[in-house]
Design a binder for this molecule. Structure first.
Ligand SMILES: NS(=O)(=O)c1ccc(C(=O)NCc2cc(F)ccc2F)cc1
Ligand SMILES: [Zn+2]
Length: 235
């Protein structure tokens, strides 16, 4: 007898139908195989400066949360970014829904509890984020691996607002001073590779800069993130 085989194709496997870029040659996320990473050689230091005292909005985009910088000035330069200057557009997180394996990148096959992305665009060459997002050197994303440990005070300024944006499209603006640099690890060693947006349209426009040292967040902070965002649905 014939066994009915139903192949349910959801998620990334269907993205190639709608987003041809997803079939590309530099798709993210990837597994970082540390033994195959070459040393940075003589790359110049990575330098960043962020505005602290300006109104930011926390948005529920339907998956996790996103903080919009609302156009306030900032700079990211150096490292693998050549002579171009990039500006912080937004930052957001990816959390796991099961056994705390929620990071997008893995390191030697190991996943972390979550991953923070600080999304920057090339203001030296392009006039808007949307324009830059379509160019191979348009975006630079700083990736921070999150692991359960002590409470993260800077991140808590966002986590404590989550109960107010429980539905997709909800947005709350806050003006409490916040320095995105405090979201980064102390040690700034990183891996870098040319990649893509990890969600549709998966455009291959991202220079990925993933810090080696994970940052600690408390189990309660992970739980709060999970309660509100499990698999992109609000629960
Ligand atoms: N997880 S990640 O850091 O890789 C990532 C960062 C930004 C975006 C994004 O802005 N998407 C919307 C979007 C895409 C475009 F290509 C152009 C405009 C735009 F709003 C998606 C994924
Ligand atoms: Zn992301």
């Amino acid at each position: 007898y014939l066994v009915p085989v139903v192949i349910l194709i959801v998620g990334p496997a269907t993205w190639v139908e709608k987003f041809p870029e997803a079939r590309g040659t530099r798709q993210s996320p990837v597994d970082i195989v540390t033994s195959r990473a070459s040393s940075g050689g003589s790359a110049p230091p990575l330098v960043w400066r962020y505005s602290v005292n300006h109104p930011r909005s926390v948005v529920n985009p339907g998956y996790c949360w996103r903080v919009d910088e609302n156009g306030y000035d900032s700079e990211l330069r150096g490292g693998p970014l050549g002579s171009d200057v990039y500006k912080l557009q937004q930052w957001h997180c990816h959390w796991g829904s099961v056994n705390g394996e929620g990071s997008e990148h893995t390191v030697d096959g190991r996943a972390f509890s979550g991953e923070l992305h600080l999304v920057h665009w090339n203001t030296s060459k392009y006039n808007s984020f949307t324009e830059a997002a379509g160019q191979p050197d348009g975006l630079a994303v700083l990736g921070v691996l999150l692991m359960v440990g002590s409470k993260h005070d800077e991140l808590d300024k966002v986590v404590r607002l989550l109960p107010y944006i429980q539905h997709k499209g909800d947005k709350v603006t806050f003006s409490e001073p916040l320095n995105p640099a405090n979201l980064l690890p102390k040690r700034i060693a990183y891996w870098t590779y040319p990649g893509s947006l990890t969600t549709p349209p998966c455009t291959e426009s991202v220079t990925w800069i993933l810090f080696k040292e994970p940052v600690q967040v408390s189990a309660e902070q992970v739980r709060l993130n999970l309660c509100y965002y499990v698999n992109g649905k609000n629960v």
